[in-house]
Every structure is written in structure tokens, then in C-alpha cells.
Design a protein around this ligand. Structure first.
Ligand code: SAM
Length: 239
């Protein structure tokens, strides 16, 4: 488990910035997935939303951080990128660096580029970035064709409890008329969470939300993070 020193380095929630290439790999995204209306929650400072908008997707990102001035969000994201990069470089045994050419500096560069893309897109298209937070999203039912959620649920299971996870997953399913994909399913110390996962899947099934585990194949940075959780609500099944 995370010790106090690690907590001081990681902070409450890191404001991370991943690229479209990382999202494609993490969520096994195909060209077919990237069409219509797509939600990224939490969006963090990911370049993903701006990048898919350039491909013609109607993209929206949600994060409580967007309530802060854009300059502060970008400065925090750059500082957090360096903190996160330093943490993973000094805990190298917990990570597989292949996707980043075996080089923490490549990882750092990709994340910095993502922050820059994010900052430019936030300035040009603030409407794409909604300041809100799980478990309550300001969207109608079935509003999105695809909903993605990375590095909040499960990652921070040490501070977000089972009830929060269940309410958050049900909310993500409510706003999706297609799939919800969640990755990774480990916490940030790299621990698997089989009990949490099993109880959430059982509770979601009772609410008519089907779940499956799907291998991501192309991406495994946190050692052992090979699966994503896929949700489909009853209304998504019908459509
Ligand atoms: C580690 S980042 C992940 C960002 C992005 N998905 C990525 O992979 O780079 C975690 C994010 O969760 C956001 N967050 C914290 N509480 C949240 C909540 N209740 N609802 C939505 N996002 C939240 C934080 O502000 C932070 O930006």
C-alpha cells in the first residue's frame, strides 16, 4: 500500500495529461469508436479531447479542476506531470516502459506535449471543458456514444470508497447510449482490487448494467494493468 511519503509526492489527485495515442492504446480505441459524441471523465489535462475534436468528434471533457483559471490548470498539470514522472521513474519496478521506448524522458515529453495541446484547446474551445465531478454529471440520459474514464476510479480506491465507485459508474452508464470503458483496474500502488471489482459488478448487474472485462493488449504501463472494465446499460443494449 501507499506509504505516507508516497502520498506526499502523489498528493490528493494528480492532474495528469495523456495523449490521444495513449488513450487509443489504453482503451483499445478503433476508428469506429471515435465518432459521434464522446465524453472523457475525468479529463484532467489530457490532450485527448482536443485531438479527437480535430478528427470531427463531438468531444467533451469533465473535471472539477476546470473550475480554476486556465493558466492555473496548465501550471498545475505541468508540475503534476513532472511529479508523476519522477515518481514512476523512481518506482521503475512497478512499471513497464516499453510503450515509452524504455525511456522515462519519452514519457515526460509525451505528457508535456499533451498539456500544451490541452492548454491551447481549453483556450480556443472552453465549451468542451465542463467543470463538474462524479458522481453527478450535468448531462441528460444517453447523451454520449462512448464514455471513457481513466485513472480516477480504482486508481484512487484508497480514498474513494465502494459507494462512490458504484454511484460514479452508474452515472457514467446513465449518460452513455453506448459503452463506458474504465481503465486501469489497479490502484496507484499497483495492487489489484478483486473484491471491489466483484462487488461493483454484482451491484451494477442488479441495476441492469452489464459489465465485462476486456483486455487492452496494446498498453500496460502499470505492471499488471492489462484489463479495462466495459459497461453497457439496458438502454444502450436496446439501441
Ligand atoms: C490522474 S487524473 C486522470 C486524468 C486523465 N483521465 C488522464 O488519464 O490523464 C485524475 C483526475 O481526476 C479528477 N477528479 C478528482 N475527483 C473527481 C470527481 N469527483 N469527478 C471527476 N473527476 C475527478 C482530478 O481533478 C484529476 O484531474
Amino acid at each position: 500500500m501507499t506509504d505516507r511519503m508516497d502520498d506526499e509526492i502523489i498528493g490528493e489527485f494528480l492532474l495528469t495529461a495523456r495523449s490521444l495515442a495513449e488513450y487509443r492504446a489504453m482503451f483499445a480505441l478503433t476508428e469506429d469508436d471515435l465518432r459521434g459524441r464522446v465524453l472523457d471523465c475525468p479529463g484532467g489535462a489530457a490532450g485527448f479531447t482536443g485531438e479527437i475534436a480535430e478528427l470531427g468528434v463531438s468531444a467533451v471533457a469533465v473535471d472539477p479542476f476546470y473550475a480554476l483559471p486556465a493558466k492555473q490548470v496548465c501550471e498545475t498539470a505541468l508540475a503534476d506531470t513532472d511529479r508523476g514522472n519522477a515518481w514512476s521513474a523512481t518506482h521503475g519496478e512497478m512499471y513497464l516502459w516499453d510503450w515509452y521506448d524504455g525511456d522515462p524522458e519519452v514519457h515526460r515529453r509525451i505528457r508535456h506535449d499533451a498539456v500544451r495541446r490541452f492548454g491551447a484547446d481549453l483556450e480556443a474551445h472552453p465549451d468542451r471543458y465542463v467543470a463538474a465531478g462524479l458522481p453527478a454529471l450535468p448531462f441528460p440520459d444517453n447523451d454520449f456514444d462512448l464514455v471513457l474514464s481513466s485513472h480516477l476510479l480504482f486508481t484512487y480506491a484508497d480514498r474513494l470508497d465502494t459507494d462512490f465507485h458504484l454511484a460514479a459508474l452508474a452515472e457514467l452508464a446513465r449518460v452513455s447510449r453506448g459503452e463506458v470503458r474504465v481503465y486501469p483496474l489497479l490502484d496507484h500502488s499497483g495492487a489489484a482490487l478483486p473484491d471491489l471489482l466483484a462487488s461493483l459488478r454484482a451491484a451494477l448487474a442488479q441495476r441492469g448494467i452489464r459489465t465485462e472485462l476486456r483486455e487492452t493488449v496494446a498498453y500496460e504501463f502499470q505492471s499488471g494493468a492489462r484489463d479495462m472494465l466495459v459497461l453497457r446499460s439496458a438502454s444502450a443494449e436496446e439501441s
